[in-house]
Design a protein around this ligand. Structure first.
Ligand code: MG
Length: 204
């Protein structure tokens, strides 16, 4: 554990963990996804572009978010939103989980933070930008039952670093931002989420 950067503040009560790139080092996962899903490369590219276009747009619900997301994925292509949705749920996400199970393992420094949280009795939350969170935790061999809440930003209607989603998350947790720490790998997503609500941020 790198002492200097990996300290949980003494007054911290709630720790909110990102998943991809934080619980495991996701280096190379995009290339692995392309190798596994080469036969549906246009869908893979459409997913990436749709995700980009969804940034900074807030929806009222998860249903509305995904309706817009699959519409974006289908725009200008031969497939419709329904095919995009089935591909995303039954091909794309399961492929990502399988790759994580096969090729990735939990980051030791972050597992040390989780162990410290448990020891100190801090509340632990998973806040991801993608779905299939429990499946990913299982693929990494991380016990999902140790977290007090597992949620994704789309469930709250947007992608990180949505201020509205971060605020809603803290409301659901009844957490004081001053004693809340976001742990993540992306300054522009996890750091910005923490900033938006006045919480602290720990970059891994
Ligand atoms: Mg991440």
């Amino acid at each position: 554990m790198k002492d200097e950067q990996m300290k949980i503040p003494a007054d911290c009560k709630t720790v909110i963990f990102d998943v991809d790139g934080t619980l495991y080092d996701k280096t190379g996962i995009a290339q692995k996804m392309v190798r596994r899903l080469w036969w549906c490369l246009p869908l893979l590219m459409a997913e990436r572009l749709a995700r980009k276009n969804m940034h900074y747009v807030q929806y009222a619900s998860e249903d509305e978010f995904f309706e817009a997301f699959f519409y974006q994925m289908a725009r200008g292509h031969w497939w419709g939103p329904k095919i995009a949705e089935e591909w995303y749920r039954f091909v794309y996400m399961p492929a990502m989980v399988r790759i994580i199970r096969k090729s990735y393992h939990p980051r030791e420094d972050v597992m040390a933070i989780i162990a410290e949280c448990r020891q100190r009795g801090l509340r632990m939350v998973i806040y991801s930008d993608y779905g299939a969170v429990i499946e990913k935790l299982e693929a990494l061999g991380i016990d999902s039952s140790q977290f007090d809440m597992i949620i994704s930003a789309p469930e709250l209607g947007a992608l990180k670093p949505s201020e509205s989603c971060a605020r809603r998350l803290l409301e659901m947790l009844e957490a004081d931002p001053k004693t809340t720490l976001f742990v993540g790998d992306r300054e522009d997503k996890d750091g910005a989420s923490a900033n938006a609500v006045g919480a602290q941020y720990l970059k891994v």
